[in-house]
Design a protein around this ligand. Structure first.
Ligand SMILES: CC(C)[C@H](C(=O)O)[C@@H](O)C(=O)O
Ligand code: SF4
Length: 484
């Protein structure tokens, strides 16, 4: 990641400020050793790191700063235990439990009230905080950038190093600022903003960069929507993404179980207020986007870049022959015709969940839309809250009643059908509209055809039975976003 700028007169970016506050050693002009404040693990990759650490005879340097959850493989059916649809899954769950116990770290176990998807839990428990560095062997750790936390995904070997030493070596990355100016149109959400960015600047557009999201449209977003946006920074190939903390962030964090208290809280807030890019800070690349020009967006292909505005037509293969072959492969896999409108395409199933869009504000928006409506006949509709806490909070508001009355299944929290790690799937050949972040081939199980979109687009389409523009549904509610 970026080093301190040599020229001390030059303003600093937010990214540079956090990094310089965490530098243990400048190794050379391309590498530095960084202090890692928090480490999060999950049963899919975390147990591997813990076991390998244990086998090498080393211990966790600061077990109080290390957390683990069960999310990827766990069953999300009511009454779940250690058993999962994936034959080897139970073994992962039990091995994680044992490794976490041995290492003395905090585990949010299968039936724990604090269990949930790692990136949802880290924010909700106040484990991820503005200005901290945080890592997890999971690519969507960037979600926590929504809080102004410098958080990124690592591999299991790096996780082992971080566990043993509380440090990590980082290579220099360039800085990018993506500024969204102006106001979003009704029916357009943070999910559409990030899909728009990736569709226009490419799935590799952020490669080699740490991205700061800025501008009036970002300030207007509530913290949970900022997390949705940062969640997909990795789909832009960025090292990570983040948003400078502000009063909304401070309100969001206040009182969370692991957030600082008393005098420490006051000191933390004073520090957080310094965490913004200086007005004369220089980024290696700047992108500006007019938020007003963003439409609800839906992926048509097998990569988040293959996304269009809901009122556009599916593109024809173009560019060089390699690109054309890839686009044709996407059309074939998705069983779509170039030139046809995407809106109106019949779907088989909808999924609301994942670390992108399964927080309370997402579920509130969906429930406000679905109240008094029914999912179209024949559509399999599943909602999986991002954490047990989200589930409880949603139930306290009656959200589950609205969703179930509309025809949704209401499950226990976990990654579920975002990723086929626990064996949950709608089945081969099914066309699914999903609030998740990846539409890769077989991502939601062998042969599943995934379209990614915002929760509002998914809810509107569930009712219509075809991919639908949420703006065309007259009773669409204003998105009410609240964080508790
Ligand atoms: C299993 C895990 C390592 C993976 C990731 O790194 O992101 C998963 O969460 C995903 O979303 O593909
Ligand atoms: S919800 Fe999906 S994207 Fe998020 S961590 Fe789980 S599998 Fe990965």
């Amino acid at each position: 990641m970026q080093g301190d700028r040599e020229d001390k007169r030059m303003g600093k970016t937010l990214i540079e400020k956090i990094l310089s506050d965490h530098t243990a050693v400048e190794l050379d002009d391309r590498r530095r050793l960084i202090y890692v404040d928090r480490i999060f693990l999950h049963e899919r990759t975390g147990s591997i790191a813990l076991q390998s650490l244990h086998e090498s005879g080393r211990t966790v340097a600061r077990p109080k700063q290390v957390f683990c959850t069960m999310d990827h493989i766990v069953d999300t059916f009511p009454g779940r235990g250690d058993e999962t649809l994936m034959p080897s899954g139970t073994q992962f769950i039990r091995a994680t439990r044992e490794a976490a116990r041995q290492a003395g770290i905090t585990l949010f176990d299968v039936r724990d009230e604090k269990q949930g998807i790692a990136h949802v839990v880290a924010a909700e428990q106040g484990i991820a905080l503005p200005g901290l560095t945080m890592v997890c062997p999971d690519s969507h750790t960037c979600t926590l950038g929504g809080l102004g936390c410098l958080a990124w995904g690592i591999g299991s070997t790096e996780a082992e190093h971080a566990l043993a030493t509380r440090t990590l070596e980082l290579r220099t990355a360039k800085t990018m600022r993506v500024t969204f100016d102006g106001e979003l149109c009704p029916g357009v959400t943070a999910k559409d903003m990030i899909l728009h960015l990736i569709a226009h600047y490419g799935a590799n557009g952020g490669a080699g960069y740490v991205v700061e999201f800025a501008g009036s449209a970002i300030r207007a977003l509530e913290v949970e929507q900022r997390m949705t946006l940062c969640n997909m920074a990795v789909e832009f190939s960025a090292v990570t993404g983040l948003v400078a903390p502000d009063d909304k962030t401070i309100d969001y964090v206040r009182g969370r179980p692991y957030a600082p208290r008393g005098e420490q809280w006051k000191q933390a807030v004073n520090y957080w207020q310094t965490l913004r890019s200086d007005s004369d800070a220089v980024f290696d690349r700047e992108i500006r986007i007019n938020a007003r020009g963003i439409a609800p967006s839906v992926s048509w292909g097998i990569n988040p870049e293959q996304t269009i505005a809901i009122d556009e037509r599916i593109p024809s293969p173009d560019g060089g022959s390699e690109r054309q072959t890839y686009m044709q492969r996407a059309l074939d896999y998705m069983a779509l015709e170039a030139g046809a409108p995407l809106a109106g395409t019949p779907i088989d199933a909808v999924f609301i969940g994942s670390c992108t869009n399964s927080r309370l504000s997402d579920l509130r928006a969906v429930a406000a839309f679905l109240e008094g409506k029914k999912v179209a006949p024949g559509i399999d509709a599943v909602c999986v809250p991002g954490s047990t806490q989200v589930k409880r909070a949603a139930e306290a508001e009656g959200i589950h009643i609205i969703l179930k009355a509309a025809g949704f299944e209401w499950r226990e929290s976990g990654c579920s059908m975002c990723f086929y790690a626990g064996g949950e799937t709608f089945g081969a050949g099914k066309r699914v509209l999903s609030t998740t972040n990846r539409n890769f081939q077989n991502r939601q199980g062998p042969g599943v055809r995934t379209h990614i979109a915002s929760p509002l687009t998914v809810a509107a389409s569930a009712v219509a039975g075809v991919i639908s523009d949420p703006r065309e549904v007259s009773s669409m509610p204003a998105i009410r976003e609240n964080h508790r």
